[in-house]
Design a protein around this ligand. Structure first.
Ligand SMILES: C=C(CC[C@@H](C)[C@H]1CC[C@H]2C3=CC[C@H]4[C@H](C)[C@@H](O)CC[C@]4(C)[C@H]3CC[C@]12C)C(C)C
Ligand SMILES: C[S@@+](CC[C@H](N)C(=O)[O-])C[C@H]1O[C@@H](n2cnc3c(N)ncnc32)[C@H](O)[C@@H]1O
Length: 394
């Protein structure tokens, strides 16, 4: 192509300009062509590198979201930063939150801000699971989810409830494993759309239904479910009794409910400043209105009428650490952070995404410290039964 241009140029020049002028002109033209060529090559290399960084390295989870698709959920791009600031000033001191009725709205904001980042960097199941030697994170996650439905003893065709379903990772694994019909509820409408899209893609939309609503006032009839589970979701309720009472109401008598709860363990000391720092870091980076002690869980369940069938911290040995996955991801988080900064600077990701990612980065560290020190568990399991007959009022 460049030779052709040079040839045509030579033909025109030969007839009109003296030889020396022609020589210097043709030299400067070939130099400028070489400049453009090297500019073009550098540009192509940079673009290729950027494509590789964003699209190949970008998704930490296979088949996950791509970095270029990061959004503020249902919040418009220009409002992401303001919403993040409002979230942060509300949850900065979780124990001091007095306006409990505002919590679900801020939890909704939180999930608008983090859902895409979670899917991008973690996958479709928004929870932890113990590491299993020789198994991938994906398999360990699935086994942890299947354990929940095995515990509540459901049959194919039963109707069960997923309390706080996220984008439905657990729901799909549980429906496929048990062939039960799963109804999930989440406060966040962006998650509802993501979950429905994933259900359809997985060919599980006939078994999985997703409803947008508050699990503190569920839009379901009394005694309408054969079982229920919640995975790392009820920790967002200001009072655990309130969500447990709702689950109790919608369950059929005699049926089971299992919950994986976020708690402080018996190792936590409220007079140890380091413990307090770690727990507060977890609360404010995860939209929690105050973590509960492991000893409060059964109390709350009994208060609303449940029988306790079993209670066990699934994070305790012989289980292997759930936080190794967080620790191992550190290099990827740095790469992700650079990527988010670049994408926000060129206007592909909303500006506030950088603040949100920075918050998650710090939260990952608090969670790891919580796991390492043993003062925190995200998988305190409690299995509950709604009694067959209501206790007589005497
Ligand atoms: C149950 C809840 C969520 C638990 C976890 C699914 C999430 C808790 C912290 C999240 C993350 C932290 C670091 C992020 C990283 C900086 C980013 O580059 C990629 C995503 C993270 C790994 C992200 C993924 C999800 C978590 C592990 C709570 C909210 C009750
Ligand atoms: C950490 S995510 C876990 C999601 C899912 N269980 C999983 O493991 O993938 C917590 C979920 O609880 C939901 N949630 C929190 N508070 C809620 C509320 N008041 N009503 C309904 N859903 C709520 C969030 O919207 C989110 O879907």
């Amino acid at each position: 192509m460049s030779n052709k241009i040079l040839f045509n140029f030579k033909r025109v020049c030969c007839s009109t300009v003296p030889h020396q002028t022609y020589l210097s002109l043709s030299l400067s033209l070939s130099l400028s062509l070489m400049d453009s060529l090297s500019l073009f090559c550098t540009g192509a290399l940079l673009a290729g590198g950027l494509y590789w960084f964003v699209c190949v390295l970008g998704p930490a989870e296979q088949k996950g979201k791509r970095a270029v698709d990061l959004s503020g959920g249902s919040i418009s791009a220009e409002k992401v930063r303001d919403n993040y600031k409002q979230y942060w000033s509300f949850f900065r001191r979780p124990k001091e939150i007095e306006t409990a009725e505002k919590v679900p709205d801020f939890v909704d904001t939180f999930y608008n801000l983090v859902t895409d980042i979670y899917e991008w960097g973690w996958g479709q199941s928004f929870h932890f699971s113990p590491s299993i030697p020789g198994k991938s994170h994906r398999d360990a996650t699935r086994l942890h989810e299947e354990m929940a439905v095995d515990l509540i003893d459901v049959k194919p065709g039963d109707r069960i409830l997923d309390v706080g379903c996220g984008v439905g990772g657990p729901m799909r694994a549980i429906a496929a494993h048990s062939r039960a019909k799963v109804v999930g509820i989440t406060i966040n409408d962006y998650q509802v759309n993501r979950a429905r899209m994933h259900n359809k893609k997985a060919g599980l939309d006939s078994l999985c239904e997703v409803v947008c609503g508050n699990f503190l006032e569920m839009p379901f009839q009394d005694n309408s479910f054969d079982g229920a589970y919640s995975i790392e979701a009820t920790c967002h309720a200001p009072k655990l009794e309130d969500v447990y009472a709702e689950v109790f109401r919608v369950l059929k008598p005699g049926s089971l409910y299992v919950s994986y709860e976020w708690v402080t363990t018996e190792k936590y000391r409220a007079d140890n400043p380091e413990h307090v720092e770690v727990i507060q870091g977890i609360e404010r980076g995860d939209a929690l209105p105050g973590l509960r002690s492991y000893s409060d869980i059964a109390e709350a369940a009994k208060k609303v009428g449940f029988e306790i069938v079993k209670e066990k911290d699934l994070a305790k040995p012989p289980s292997l650490p759930w936080w190794t996955r967080l620790k191992m991801g550190r290099i990827a988080y740095w790469r992700n952070h650079i990527l988010v900064i670049v994408l926000a600077a060129i206007g592909i990701a909303p500006k506030g995404t950088v603040d949100v990612h920075d918050m998650l980065f710090k939260t990952a560290d608090y969670l790891t410290r919580g796991g390492d020190s043993g003062i925190f568990s995200p998988m305190h399991m409690i299995l509950l039964r709604k009694p067959k007959e209501a206790p007589s009022k005497s």
